[in-house]
Design a protein around this ligand. Structure first.
Ligand code: PHE
Length: 336
């Protein structure tokens, strides 16, 4: 091959490289031209016998550098084209893959909401054990062993005078024994009763207890505070009403209804057409309770209340069966 022929070969090789359709074709060209067993090594082998070694050497060098450069340029161009094709193939309007977000259980949500309301009113959050003594669950609360109300709060008894607490009221005496008045606490927690499970009963449920003890605490304080709580939790239009009732540890005792948050008291399915919904038990702390914790009933008065958390959650979220709260069906609970 003479020099003009080599220059021609260079031209045609460059054109071929420019026309390579993809990276595989380009690689084949590289092997064929400057590869170990390609054209260039073969031409170099003939260099020794060439008549004008220097000019021939320069021509071969032109071949090598321009082909090497063209291969690299074409490679970059093909790679860029492949990338933009891949990008164009993506549908950017498709929704992303989101991880499922966790959520607080409706009962936890209601514990948080109720405690938050009472915290703003100056209450602190207290706690007590689920496994209680008969003393704190009943005796200290003016409910001796022969009292009829023990029957309605039958529970799971354990050896050694212990039981699973039937009410968060058990925290009242515990707290007062450990703290001097004034006392202003709420206590959310689990309670247990030997109830047959149905749409509104569960052997394990939650209550929130409230206790306010100081000088001159009156039933009017209870009414005002409960009214405020009703508005904060259920809506500004909701009112409360007291009905006389009996609890061993409060005197007088009341049951508290809220006006129906759904129909504003007109009567609907939720309030069973009465316009009112029973929410909690409450009353003025019985002097006997103060005596059992060592408070002077002539020096202090107080109110207490207790309500079921599940009931609040069911009312606010429109849940029709308490069992739905315990089935752990995330598809169901996720709605709230
Ligand atoms: N512990 C009562 C119950 O479980 C509710 C209650 C609490 C009543 C505090 C009066 C005062 O029904």
């Amino acid at each position: 091959m003479d020099i003009p022929e080599i220059d021609k070969l260079t031209e045609s090789t460059l054109a071929e490289i420019q026309a390579a359709a993809d990276l595989a074709a380009l690689e084949a060209l590289r092997i064929k031209t400057i590869g170990r067993n390609g054209m260039l090594p073969e031409l170099m082998a003939n260099l020794k016998s060439a008549p004008d070694k220097k000019a021939m050497g320069l021509a071969l060098n032109r071949f090598k550098t321009s082909v090497t450069q063209a291969l690299a340029d074409r490679k970059t161009a093909l790679a860029a084209a492949a990338e933009s094709k891949a990008v164009a193939a993506v549908d950017w309007s498709l929704p992303g893959a989101f991880p499922r977000r966790g959520k607080l259980h409706p009962v936890t949500q209601l514990i948080d909401r109720t405690t938050a309301i009472f915290r703003r009113m100056g209450f602190t959050v207290a706690d007590g054990p689920d496994v209680e003594t008969e003393y704190y669950n009943f005796d200290a609360l003016n409910t001796p062993a022969d009292h009829v109300s023990r029957d309605t709060q039958d529970t799971f008894y354990l050896p050694g005078g212990r039981l699973l607490r039937t009410q968060t009221s058990a925290v009242q005496a515990r707290y007062m024994e450990a703290h001097k008045p004034p006392v202003r606490i709420v206590c959310p927690g689990r309670c247990y009763r030997r109830d047959t499970t149905d749409a509104t009963h569960s052997a394990n449920f939650h209550q929130i207890e409230g206790l306010y003890v100081d000088e001159h605490v009156s039933l009017a304080d209870l009414k005002g505070d409960i009214d405020h709580f009703a508005r904060e939790l259920m809506g500004a239009h909701v009112k409360s009403r007291f009905r006389t009732h009996f609890f061993p540890f409060t005197e007088p005792s009341v049951e508290v209804d809220f006006s129906c948050h759904m129909c504003h008291g007109k009567g609907c399915r939720v309030c069973k057409n009465s316009g009112w919904i029973e929410i909690m038990g409450a009353g003025m702390v019985d002097p006997n309770v103060f005596k059992s914790v060592g408070y002077d009933p002539d020096a202090v008065t107080g109110y207490a209340f207790g309500m079921g958390i599940e009931r609040l959650a069911m009312l606010l979220f429109g849940i029709d069966d308490i069992r739905r709260l315990y089935e752990n069906d995330v598809r169901y609970l996720d709605q709230f």
